[in-house]
Design a protein around this ligand. Structure first.
Ligand SMILES: [Zn+2]
Length: 139
């Protein structure tokens, strides 16, 4: 697992195929999440990110709009997953609204590009969580 530094977290999370583990270094609690970009179906729609808690099967917990400024929470989530949903909610608030990173939070990942899923080999891009080609092809 590799750690994503705070300054690289936003583009990493919004890569489109992002898989990460949120670690609370105080409690040593690990929670896995996936954030998938789903392309709009109609021209008038907007792209959205769908957020899943990585349980034995993925649990849908909510969505983000394309610039991540808005988080919509899945309303009918099972009670046992409310905690993971609430923790993501908090993470979103810190990173995308307050632009702050709690000291006891780390984001780790397996070393796969958050845009295309390929395994990264170059340490320079492992640090970013996005490969060279995907960085350059950024619109
Ligand atoms: Zn890539």
């Amino acid at each position: 697992m590799y750690k994503i530094e705070y300054e690289n977290i936003k583009p990493f999370l919004l890569g489109g195929k992002c898989n990460f583990v949120l670690i609370n270094t105080t409690t040593n609690n690990h929670i896995g999440y996936t954030i998938n970009l789903v392309d709009k179906k109609k021209e008038t729609d907007k792209d959205r990110y769908y957020i899943f808690y990585n349980s034995t099967s993925p649990i849908y917990i909510g969505w983000l709009n394309e610039d991540a400024s808005w988080l919509g929470l899945a309303p009918n989530i099972e009670e046992q997953y409310l905690k993971q949903q609430a923790i993501f909610h908090k993470l979103h608030e810190f990173i995308f609204k307050k632009n702050k990173y709690p000291n006891n939070i780390e984001i780790h990942y397996t070393g796969q590009c958050s845009k295309c899923g390929r395994i990264l080999k170059d340490p320079k891009y492992i640090k970013l969580g996005i490969g060279k080609y995907c960085l350059e092809s950024k619109e």
